[in-house]
Design a protein around this ligand. Structure first.
Ligand code: HSE
Length: 434
């Protein structure tokens, strides 16, 4: 049988890893796919020193590949949304299957892309777009297909987790660790996507659609980064038996879906709390299976290539199948997606960690307690530290029970308005994950 011809668009970290894995494991891959897979052309403006391309043809224009009638599968690894969207839509229009690692593209333009792909009867595979080498899309879409998924919580940005881990374990500065993550090829082209939670929100948007059968709605995801976290918060969290992780959380509630990325205190003995460095982990809770956990490298050349190449193999295996009987892109049949709403963050329910700095006077704690109790916020525990030398203010750290975010926002505004409290105070959401 003729080999299946693949065109790789982009030969950066992931493109280079994909080429190398396809070459190195060619014999194993053909045994799995049932056909030879040949890289017919590569589009790149810069050669990757990690790749020995031999006589593989290299061009600098991605559209040469997209319009090459010989190519069956376009592997889009250029990143970004604009050119990548054009590449993918043009490839689909030309009847080609697409494999992509591009989470921004799928989170923002996925609904349009999947509709175009359905009309043409081609596949768009995107396992590498979420959590690098962890096959979480396949697990959710196929392995857990029997379940009603109740929630998903994950560490889905390797750069952010690497930064938090190094800051906590080695006392390194934020900027120093970020520079290392960039040098190692983990960080996005614009690293604010990593540290402000945008990259994680792209991935969470994709996870939530597949978990709950809703259209992709990146614009409704709540996103908060890790740049405001201090070593003091990391240490206070430890005193309460918690660790701070940058989590993406998607939860089904009676009134809608929570879709949020933010720093989160989780109990230090949870498996997720012990995921370190660039590793990712995603916890999925289904009604039949209970809690399951998926762990692995969330970024880097070959871990991400592992997911890209698995998708290529999947596409090759299904080339001759009836397009109507393939696994749907978003796990649920396209005409069965639900209009269940994504909740505004004010409607989310969580517990909270609050750190405030107060004047050391009688009655301050009573005022704090009364502002919280007036809004139905129940304090679970509280510690007061020694006054800090420079300003004479005493740090007070509170943990609360679960409350609607809107009530907490009102309480925080009232606390910050007190003369005795220095604004702004620090608020971090708390999840038990049980
Ligand atoms: N910048 C991403 C991360 C790469 O650090 O997780 C993988 O999506």
């Amino acid at each position: 049988m003729k080999p299946v011809k693949v065109g790789i668009c982009g030969l950066g970290t992931v493109g280079g890893g994909t080429f190398n894995v396809l070459q190195r494991n060619a014999a194993e891959i053909v045994r799995r796919a049932g056909r030879d897979i040949e890289v017919a052309q590569i589009a790149t403006r810069r050669l990757n020193p990690a790749c020995s391309l031999g006589d593989t043809e290299v061009v600098d224009d991605v559209f040469v590949l997209v319009n090459n009638p010989e190519i069956d599968i376009i592997v889009e690894l250029i990143g970004g949304s604009d050119v990548a969207r054009e590449v993918v839509l043009q490839a689909i229009a030309n009847g080609k299957h697409v494999v992509t690692a591009n989470k921004a593209l799928i989170a923002v333009h996925g609904n349009e892309i999947f509709e175009a792909a359905r009309e043409k009867g081609v596949m768009v595979a995107f396992e590498a777009s979420v959590a690098g080498g962890i096959p979480i899309i396949k697990a959710l879409r196929e392995g857990l297909a029997a379940n009603r998924i109740d929630w998903v919580a994950g560490i889905i940005n390797g750069t952010g987790n690497f930064i938090l881990t190094e800051m906590r374990d080695k006392g390194r500065t934020f900027a120093d660790v970020l520079a290392e993550a960039q040098a190692l090829g983990y960080a996005e082209a614009d690293p604010t996507f990593d540290v402000e939670g945008i990259d994680a929100a792209h991935k969470l948007t994709i996870i939530a659609s597949i978990a709950f059968g809703i259209p992709l709605q990146f614009d409704k995801a709540y996103t908060e980064g890790i740049t405001q976290l201090t070593t003091a918060d990391v240490n206070y969290a430890e005193e309460f038996g918690y660790r701070i992780k940058h989590l993406g959380i998607a939860r089904r509630t009676e009134s809608g879906v929570e879709l949020r990325v933010h720093p989160t205190l989780i109990p230090a003995d949870r498996l997720l709390a012990n995921v370190k460095g660039v590793m990712n982990a995603v916890m999925v809770n289904g009604d039949a299976v209970g809690s399951t956990l998926y762990y692995g490298a969330g970024a880097g050349a070959e871990p991400t290539a592992s997911a890209v190449v698995a998708d290529i193999i999947d596409v090759v295996r299904t080339l001759t199948t009836d397009p109507n009987n393939r696994v749907p892109h978003l796990a649920f049949q396209a005409d069965s997606l639900s209009d269940f709403p994504v909740l505004p963050v004010g409607d989310v329910n969580t517990a909270y960690y609050l750190r405030l700095h107060a004047k050391d006077r009688p009655g301050v704690l009573a005022k704090v307690a009364s502002i919280l109790s007036e809004r139905g916020i129940n304090i679970e525990s509280i510690i007061q530290k020694e006054a800090e030398e420079q300003d004479g203010l005493v740090p007070i750290i509170l943990m609360t029970h679960r409350v609607r975010e809107q009530s907490m926002n009102e309480a925080i505004a009232a606390l910050e308005a007190l003369d005795d409290i220095a604004a702004p105070l620090m608020r971090i959401r708390v999840e038990q994950l049980n």
